[in-house]
Design a protein around this ligand. Structure first.
Ligand code: MN
Length: 732
């Protein structure tokens, strides 16, 4: 069992001026409250908090964090109370212990929604102080080391959680050794057979491997000496879990993976790193695409090294990692390599701020407040925890990292929200590229903006960062709201006109605001938005705004058949209709059953929560809906911009050579594209040709039909209106 002296000595080794009194005090208190408790291993419970504290000293944590490590289980597992901890150890120690206690209560790995909520809680807990996370990681590491005493169920659950959450977090904080140990120990419990197989295989090749590595190392040493470069060469620790992953991912055997040998070279200076790389390449041929310069472009977790893989004469591949002592320290200790403790005589520096290099963590905290949808949040979390990164430059030469597949839009939103919102294109390495261009390592990116430009819904399909996604969603939300407010207002105005009243006279601000309030909406805008989205019916509003006698009057009018016919004849055609553009958008959708084409007679139905669905007037699916006045709205085409619509035509001809070519060129001569064609011939020398063509409106379709009709051998041309049967739910 680790002794408290081991812990305090360890603190003094990296911070000679640390005040260790608090650690002693925590030890005495913890020993008292945990007295009599025993771990499943049979050891006194106290051994666990002490081991955790010892791991914390390996992370070079300050004395306060180490003390919190000693106390981390007291609130949860003993009779001690939060007040007692606060009183005895002060606010700082208490808030760390409290943070750990909160994380421990989180149950991971349940439903997706629950899981997202848990991540959120954990991030909140560590957002106050990243030391909470480091204590939690140390706690988990010691629990993994002693997992053998747990039940099989518990082993699997804890190991899964470790692989899913804690190992990625350790990686993100750059603590290489901890990530490896967490992964290997979790692997051992999750796949015991595979773990043993790999371990046995590694052991069996041990001697052969050591001999080979020594031969390679000797050659490198000799060459480096000749060039006057000082360096240390070492083999690399085995990581069973990554061998396993390679076998699984690439579907290869142990021998094929293990054919890769790894060596690490530590030099004095950065210059020597590059010299060493050159020397290695002068001895063996490097494999193209395997040379990685993480010195010029560090990973997001601050990792720096040169990587190269070469082929030696025996045909084996050898991977080298070349780095300085300092880079090696960062690769192993990560965030811990950045704690600074002040010189002798001054007070221990306590506050551990989230370094600028851990911007991802800060961003995650910001985003989690914006992302209310758990699924969305979980996706963002996964992207941020498992990055596969590319490194690109700003025009001024600053290096930024992005997830693989990121686009200029991600880059633009990283720079600033307003740059993202107005982004129209980008120059990559001086050449203009489309917005869907995927960024590559080393690209220099310059964003082109236009003040009037707006984000597009389609961007959501191509962005990769959670920041860009959140910003675009936010923009869409605002725009949808504006559009639905405008539509709701328009629907209301048209409805008022049906009562032969002047909308402006009825929609007085005081009246609308009172109506909104009585319907439970906080603002007029919310009321109109609800009408636009079909969540609140315009009739409900009308009864609040229009005097009852007017409503009665209209009813009477409608009931009179004669009047109805008269009004239909005298009604001016356009005034009560909502204008529909040729393209679908947030609030208008074209029914899939009848596929309306500009020029068709159409009718709209308000669908709850989805705006307006447009059907053709003769669509059989609407027969029931047709008389549902509540939902029905009058619509008409508003065709300022032309867009393409797919329609089917069927042509009946005599089966004669060249007829297909004639028809195709006749369609093309009308400026219309054919997207699909299908031909059937009959025994009595006739043919049926079905075409899918893309037209802008009915006039153009008529042109196409007319020009085909004029061809020799054509018997009949028709537009096909095949109404797909639709479930009622899809129509409403
Ligand atoms: Mn614990």
């Amino acid at each position: 069992m680790v002794r408290v002296e081991d812990i305090t000595e360890s603190i003094h080794s990296y911070n000679p001026d640390a005040n260790i009194d608090i650690v002693w005090k925590a030890y005495v208190y913890s020993a008292k409250v945990h007295r009599g408790q025993v771990r499943l291993s049979g050891e006194p419970y106290l051994s666990h908090p002490l081991e955790v504290a010892h791991i914390l000293t390996k992370l070079k944590m300050d004395a306060v964090s180490v003390a919190a490590g000693v106390l981390h289980d007291t609130i949860e597992d003993t009779i001690s109370t939060p007040e007692e901890i606060k009183e005895n150890f002060g606010e700082e120690v208490f808030s760390l212990v409290d943070g750990i206690t909160k994380i421990s209560k989180i149950e991971f790995a349940s439903s997706e929604e629950q899981q997202a909520e848990n991540y959120r809680k954990m991030i909140l807990a560590m957002s106050k102080d990243i030391r909470v996370l480091l204590i939690k990681l140390s706690d988990r590491l010691h629990n993994m080391r002693t997992l053998e005493y747990m039940s099989r169920d518990k082993q699997e659950k804890v190991s899964r959680e470790t692989l899913d959450i804690y190992a990625p977090l350790a990686n993100r904080l750059g603590i290489g050794w901890m990530k490896l140990e967490l992964e290997d120990s979790a692997f051992k419990y999750l796949h015991p057979d595979e773990y043993k197989e790999i371990m046995d295989n590694v052991a069996a090749r041990y001697e052969e491997r050591e001999k080979f590595i020594k031969e390679i190392a000797d050659i490198v040493n000799r060459e480096l000496e000749k060039a006057g470069v000082k360096a240390k060469i070492m083999g690399r620790p085995k990581h069973y879990y990554s061998i396993y992953n390679k076998m699984m991912d690439q579907n290869i055997t142990f021998d094929q993976v293990y054919d890769l040998f790894g060596l690490r070279i530590i030099t004095d200076t950065v210059k020597d790193c590059y010299s060493t790389l050159g020397i290695i390449h002068s001895v063996w041929k490097p494999i193209p695409g395997k040379i990685k310069d993480y010195i010029a472009m560090p990973k997001a977790n601050m990792y720096q090294s040169l990587h190269t893989t070469v082929i030696v004469p025996s045909g084996q591949r050898v991977e080298f990692q070349i780095r300085t002592e300092e880079m090696h320290r960062i690769a192993e200790d990560g965030i811990a390599a950045h704690w600074r403790y002040k010189e002798a005589g001054k007070k221990e520096e306590k506050a551990v701020k989230i370094d600028e290099r851990f911007a991802w963590l800060r961003h995650l905290l910001e985003w989690q407040q914006e992302m209310k949808d758990p699924k969305e949040f979980l996706d963002a979390m996964k992207i941020d925890l498992f990055p596969d990164e590319v490194y690109v430059f700003t025009p001024k030469g600053k290096v930024l990292s992005f997830p693989k597949g990121a686009t200029p839009i991600d880059f633009a939103y990283y720079i600033h929200t307003s740059v993202g919102d107005r982004c129209v294109g980008a120059k990559v390495n001086g050449r203009i590229v489309p917005l869907k261009h995927q960024l590559n390592n080393g690209d220099i990116i310059e964003i082109l903006t236009s003040p009037a430009h707006k984000p597009s819904r389609d961007w959501l399909k191509i962005v990769k960062t959670s920041r860009a996604r959140a910003k675009i969603r936010n923009w869409i939300k605002i725009e949808d709201k504006e559009r639905s407010v405008a539509l709701g207002r328009e629907i209301t105005e048209k409805e008022i006109q049906k009562y032969h009243l002047e909308p402006a006279g009825i929609l007085k601000p005081e009246a609308v605001s009172a109506a909104a309030k009585s319907a439970g909406f906080s603002t007029e805008e919310n009321l109109f938005a609800a009408i636009g989205f079909g969540k609140y019916h315009v009739h409900q509003l009308i009864t609040k705004l229009i005097p009852a006698e007017k409503i009665e009057e209209r009813k009477r009018r409608e009931e009179s058949r004669f009047r109805r016919i008269v009004s239909r004849i005298t009604k001016k055609p356009d005034e009560s209709k909502i204008k529909i553009k040729g393209v679908e958008d947030v609030l208008t959708r074209f029914a899939k059953c009848c596929n309306p084409v500009p020029g068709d007679k159409i009718v709209g139905f308000i669908s709850v929560g989805r705006g307006v669905t447009i059907h053709t007037l003769d669509c059989p699916n609407i027969t029931e809906l047709k008389y549902d006045k509540e939902r029905r709205i009058n619509v008409e085409w508003d065709l300022k911009e032309k867009t393409l619509h797919k329609v089917k035509i069927t042509i009946h001809t005599v089966d004669k050579q060249g007829i297909l070519a004639d028809i195709s060129s006749s369609i093309a001569s009308c400026g219309v594209n054919i997207s699909q064609a299908n031909i059937e011939t009959t025994e009595d020398k006739e043919a049926f040709l079905d075409f899918s063509i893309e037209i802008t409106d009915l006039d153009q379709l008529q042109n196409v039909i007319n020009s085909i009709k004029q061809l020799k051998g054509v018997l009949k041309v028709e537009r096909v209106k095949e109404y797909k049967k639709q479930k009622k739910a899809a129509v409403t």
